[in-house]
Design a protein around this ligand. Structure first.
Ligand code: NAD
Ligand code: UFG
Length: 337
């Protein structure tokens, strides 16, 4: 019996591969490498000393996906595959709905064909939209502010409806906060192409000298130092959360949404100063205009994850930024070296 990981070569997926292989699971990877490299999977093999089948396929290619389910006895699916750039989703909504939502529909249809009734889905704290009451907990009303968010919202709703229609189906909707850091080996990590959208990859590319200065998008937010607060979570803690969700789904039917965050909030300036302190590398920065759509704060209630999954994040911001820097320093050109 194997677990199918869609989007396994991506940032979160590759770390989850390591965790699951280390825990003894057999895995199968399906990825079209639109935002990743098969080298990441080679590195997973190197870290774990374990081999696994990896298919290059787009989720929307029904025949290829069916062939994977025919070739392997899949017991459950962890569904990471998706496009994730918020700004791009505003410019290309059709592409985002097609890739994320239609891709999920094809996957779920094939799962039904083969009687696979368990899915762990990569959702996002973005489904809380412009909520202002912190910490964010799973009972809060949902609403999104961009097409990327709406694709997550729609897939969540699809899984809720599937679980209502089929009492044997298990779905865990994992709402990630801000995943950062990398595996301690420095062999796998976040590898965005072009100029990074997210804070930590931008910081590490300034540190490595590829970018000159970090723009801090606004210092007039309603927060202690004026820069926005986020709940950064180490990607290895996040990966452990997926293994905990697998165990939960194996024992429970129905659909549960669960936040994966640390419950701690750090500002942009906290991140810069912590990075400089733990790594001894200066991060030149300047105050730039606000970026459209950024909230003052976003941080997680951790109560439900602790209660249902017995899972709690263990690593702090120091570990996250030390590990993010090790990855970037060892791989200044990402996987393209
Ligand atoms: P990523 O881009 O590194 O990984 C996604 C993977 O999916 C890539 O390997 C990509 O090639 C693959 N993929 C995309 N569309 C595909 C398709 N149609 N068929 C097959 N493969 C496809 O992203 P990530 O950071 O690892 O995120 C994983 C998941 O978690 C995504 O669904 C993302 O939306 C979600 N998420 C990420 C964050 C974050 O900040 N990283 C936060 C919340 C939620
Ligand atoms: N920031 C800067 N300069 C940069 C990049 C970011 O100041 O060059 C700031 C942003 O303004 C924000 C903070 O750093 O205040 C964090 O920004 P990120 O882009 O790293 O993360 P977000 O919280 O905006 O969004 C992330 C993911 C989304 C996801 C959301 C909630 O990118 O996909 O977390 O999970 F929806």
């Amino acid at each position: 019996m194997s677990v199918l990981l869609t989007g396994a070569a991506g940032y979160v997926g590759s770390h989850a591969c390591v965790e699951l292989l280390n825990q003894g699971y057999s895995i199968v990877s399906a990825d079209n490498y639109v935002n990743s490299s098969p080298v990441a999977l080679e590195r997973v093999r190197q870290i774990t000393g374990r081999d696994f089948p990896a298919y290059e396929t787009d989720l929307r290619d029904e025949e290829k996906l069916r062939a994977i389910f025919r070739a392997h006895k899949i017991e459950s699916v962890i569904h990471f595959a998706g496009l994730k750039a918020v700004g791009e989703s505003v410019k290309k909504p059709l592409e985002y709905y097609d890739n994320n939502l239609y891709g999920s529909i094809v996957l779920l249809k094939i799962m039904r064909e083969f009687g696979v009734k368990s899915m762990i889905f990569s959702s996002s704290a973005t489904v809380y939209g412009a909520a202002t009451k912190m910490p964010l907990d799973e009972k809060m009303p949902l609403g999104c502010v961009n097409p990327y968010g709406w694709t997550k919202f729609a897939i969540e709703q699809l899984l809720r409806d599937l679980c209502l229609a089929d009492p044997d189906f298990s779905a865990v909707l994992l709402r990630y906060f801000n995943p950062v850091g990398s595996h301690k080996s420095g062999l796998i990590g976040d590898n965005p192409s072009g100029i990074p959208n997210n804070l930590i990859p931008y910081v590490t590319r300034v540190a490595v000298g590829e970018l000159e200065r970090l723009p801090v998008f606004g210092n007039d937010y309603n927060t202690p130092d004026g820069t926005p607060l986020r709940d950064y979570i180490h990607v290895c803690d996040l990966a452990r959360g997926h293994a905990a969700a697998m165990a939960y789904a194996a024992a429970h039917k129905g659909c549960e949404a669960i936040n994966l965050g640390t419950g701690k909030a750090s500002s942009v300036l906290d991140v810069i100063h912590t990075f400089e302190r733990v790594n001894g590398v200066p991060i030149p920065h300047f105050i730039a205009p606000r970026r459209a759509g950024d909230a003052d704060e976003s941080w997680s209630s951790t109560e439900k994850a602790e209660r249902l999954l017995g899972w709690k994040a263990e690593k702090g911001l120091d570990d996250m930024l030390r590990d993010a820097w090790r990855w970037q320093r060892q791989n200044p050109k990402g996987y393209h070296a």
